[in-house]
Design a protein around this ligand. Structure first.
Ligand SMILES: [Zn+2]
Length: 73
């Protein structure tokens, strides 16, 4: 089975409408422009500078971990 770290990494995105956090897999977030808030149902924009950077950096660090794990095994 080919797992990457990103497949298992949850990222918490803050809803601008209600202020609560919704957890999604990084791999899901990286493919989407928005996700529905798990609390109030409003769409959370993933393309804001803050969210886009958070998702990008988390995905990249997951990729680095994946490469490191591959080298060990
Ligand atoms: Zn909300």
């Amino acid at each position: 089975m080919a797992f990457s770290a990103a497949d298992l990494t949850l990222l918490r995105i803050r809803c601008a409408a209600c202020g609560q956090h919704t957890e999604k897999l990084v791999t899901v977030l990286a493919k989407r422009d928005s996700i529905p808030c798990g609390v109030c149902g409003m769409l959370i924009d993933l393309k804001t500078p803050h969210n886009a950077l958070l998702i990008k950096e988390t995905a990249e660090s997951c990729a680095r971990i994946g490469v490191a794990l591959t080298k060990i095994s």
